[in-house]
Structures are given as structure tokens and as C-alpha cells.
Design a protein around this ligand. Structure first.
Ligand code: HEC
Ligand code: HEC
Length: 304
């Protein structure tokens, strides 16, 4: 907070206290020309309803003064005056951090015990999987969906189809270190945009999706430009023993960047390239929680 705003807030807060005090004093003082205490002020309604000049009851008046004193004490103890931190030195951030530390101390041993078990065994532990699911809903569901079935651009984690591998170690590495899938625009490498459609029909033919057979046959000859990453048969980089590239299997009918087979989506992939990033979670969650999450993800496709 700049010192201008700090003073701005402090002065307004203090002035409003002084204002309240003066207003109470002013309204409880008798003014010249007023009716004496207990006498009619001159207001009469409905023929006989009269207003008498009676002071506020003392306890009522004192309540106003007490609220002012309460407010002043509160402002001294807690941060209310601009940058002044208050005598208690309390802050929302400190309170939050203390609560996080307390939760960490309580739950860390539970996660540490889970982390000692091998992932396939942990995946069969119902209590552990409930904890894993809660973590998943907190940290992963915004991208992979609350049932982990993914969305366009975000892989389904419940099927047997993996970009980077479905072994316990591969899943854990995906979560810990993150993954980057990167396909460059490929139209130029195919010898020009006129070949994009042919190759796209060939890609569709690989998984038996509807396609134009003549165009697919023409495209097949050009697929060599794609084979370095997707494999000569289009089965993906994982099938070639490369766990880092993340080039999808194009033959299995599972689509990452479209809902089902789509000529348009395949042509866009070839023309513009595709990329996807799985963020690293090691620093955010620590290894023990990631271990439990890996077991949860493993359990989704290996239902024990
Ligand atoms: C440099 C490696 C590389 C090359 C070369 C490459 N790709 Fe890809 N391709 C990838 C990667 C990696 C992805 C996944 C991108 C991601 O992570 O979202 C991908 C995604 C795709 C997709 C989307 C698949 C889906 O499930 O939605 C299609 C289609 C595709 N590539 C076709 C091709 C074709 C056709 C060629 C050749 C013209 C080609 N790729 C060349 C690496 C490559
Ligand atoms: C910001 C979005 C985002 C978040 C959050 C996220 N992921 Fe991912 N994740 C992705 C994307 C995108 C990919 C695919 C990367 C690619 O296209 O190459 C991916 C890939 C993966 C893979 C590899 C899948 C495969 O087929 O090999 C696993 C496993 C995974 N995520 C698990 C998780 C878990 C567990 C969490 C929670 C801790 C999580 N993800 C949080 C976006 C996200």
C-alpha cells in the first residue's frame, strides 16, 4: 500500500470516530429555546399523541460511547489504520499459513505412509483411493475432468491409451515433471498445402474412420514426413519406445484434439501443428501426494 493511501485510510477512520463522538455530544445537549425536560416539544399528532422532550436513557447513551472505545481498541490491536500492523501483528496471510502448516503436520504422515507402498498395491486400497480422488478433484479435475475422462486437448486418463506410458513410473513422472507435446506445422514438409488433405484422409483410414480411399492412397506416400514421430505405421511414439515425445497413436480411434474422427481437425493439426502441456506438480504437491495421485490415476484404467 502506498503511503498516500495509508494516510488516506487512517485519517478518514480517525475522523469518523471523532465525528461520531461529536455527534453524540451535540445531540444529547439541550439547546436554547427548547422545551424543558419532560415538557411537550410542540409536536402533537392524531389529536392527543404528544412528543415530550426526554433525554436518551443513560445506558443507551453509554452504549454509543462503549462502541467508540471498542472501535479504538480494535484499531490499535488489529491492522485497521493503513499500513499500521496493529499491536497483535495479526494478518490474514499469517493465519492462513499457520492453518496450512497445521494441516500439513496432521496429514503429511498419512501421505508418507502411502508413499511407502508400491503404486499397484496402493491402487487397490479403497481408503487411499478416496484420498487420491479428493486430491485429483482439487488439482487435476479442472483440466482432465472430475471423472478424469478428459476433454478436447486434455487426455482421458481412464482408458488404456497413453501418450507417455501407463506404467506406474511413467504416470508418476508425467505428474511430477510435467509433459510437453509439440507437433510443428507440417504442410511445407509435405511439399505444399495441396497434399494436406490426402495425408489427412490417410490418417483417418488408419483407424478405419470414414475417408476417401483414393486420396488416402495418395496421402500414404507422403506419410514418411510424419513417421519420425508417429511411427511408420502411425502407432505413435510410445509404440516406438519413445516415452518423451508424446506423439499420439493415430490408429486406435482415440482422438486428443477432436471429439471423434474429424477431417477438419486432422487437416488443422497438419497445417498449424498441435501442442499440449501437462504442468509439473512436484514443487506444488511434493512427491508423497504425487505418489498417491499416480496410484489413483493408475487405478482408473487398472481397476483392481
Ligand atoms: C515432431 C514430431 C511430430 C511430427 C513430425 C508430426 N507429429 Fe503429429 N503430433 C505430434 C505430437 C507430439 C502430437 C500431440 C500434440 C499434443 O501434445 O497435443 C501430435 C498430434 C497429431 C494429431 C492429433 C491427434 C489427436 O489424437 O487428436 C494428428 C492428427 C497428427 N499429429 C498428425 C500428424 C501428421 C499427419 C503428421 C505428418 C504430416 C504429423 N502429425 C507429424 C508430433 C509430431
Ligand atoms: C493445466 C491443465 C492440466 C492440469 C492442471 C493437469 N493436467 Fe495432466 N495433462 C494435461 C495435458 C494438456 C496433458 C497432455 C499433454 C500433451 O498434450 O502432450 C496431460 C497429461 C497427463 C498425463 C499423461 C497422460 C498420457 O496419456 O500419458 C497424466 C498421467 C496426467 N496428465 C495426470 C494429471 C494429474 C494426476 C493431474 C493433477 C495433479 C494433472 N494431470 C493436472 C493438462 C493438465
Amino acid at each position: 500500500m502506498s503511503s498516500f493511501w495509508s494516510w488516506f485510510i487512517s485519517i478518514i477512520a480517525v475522523l469518523s470516530f471523532i465525528g461520531c463522538y461529536l455527534m453524540i455530544r451535540w445531540t444529547s445537549r439541550r439547546r436554547a429555546g427548547e422545551a424543558n425536560e419532560g415538557e411537550v416539544t410542540g409536536h402533537t399528532w392524531d389529536e392527543d399523541l404528544q412528543e415530550l422532550n426526554n433525554p436518551l436513557p443513560a445506558w443507551w447513551l453509554w452504549m454509543f460511547y462503549i462502541t467508540i472505545v471498542f472501535g479504538l481498541v480494535y484499531m490499535a490491536l488489529y491492522p485497521a489504520l493503513g499500513r499500521f500492523e496493529g499491536i497483535f501483528n495479526w494478518s490474514q496471510k499469517d493465519q492462513y499459513e499457520a492453518e496450512v502448516a497445521a494441516a500439513e503436520a496432521r496429514f503429511a504422515p498419512i501421505f508418507a505412509a502411502y508413499a511407502k507402498q508400491p503404486i499397484p498395491q496402493l491402487a487397490g486400497d479403497a481408503a487411499a483411493m478416496r484420498a487420491g480422488q479428493r486430491l485429483f478433484l482439487n488439482y487435476c479435475a479442472q483440466c482432465h475432468g472430475s471423472s478424469a475422462t478428459g476433454a478436447v486437448g486434455f487426455p482421458n486418463l481412464t482408458d488404456e491409451d497413453w501418450l507417455y506410458g501407463g506404467t506406474p513410473e511413467a504416470i508418476k513422472t508425467s505428474i511430477l515433471k510435467g509433459r510437453q507435446g509439440m507437433m510443428p506445422p507440417m504442410a511445407a514438409a509435405l511439399g505444399g498445402d495441396e497434399n494436406v488433405e490426402d495425408v489427412a484422409h490417410y490418417v483417418l483410414s488408419l483407424s478405419g474412420a470414414p475417408h476417401d480411399a483414393a486420396k488416402a492412397a495418395a496421402g500414404k506416400a507422403k506419410f514418411g514426413a510424419c513417421a519420425g514421430c508417429h511411427g511408420p505405421d502411425g502407432k505413435g511414439s510410445l509404440a516406438m519406445g519413445n516415452p518423451i515425445m508424446g506423439a499420439p497413436n493415430l490408429t486406435d480411434g482415440v482422438w486428443l484434439h477432436s471429439n471423434g474422427p474429424s477431417l477438419e481437425a486432422v487437416m488443422t493439426a497438419i497445417r498449424e501443428g498441435r501442442s499440449g502441456e501437462m504442468p509439473a506438480h512436484e514443487a506444488l504437491l511434493g512427491e508423497d501426494k504425487v505418489h498417491l495421485l499416480a496410484a489413483y490415476v493408475y487405478s482408473l484404467s487398472h481397476n483392481p
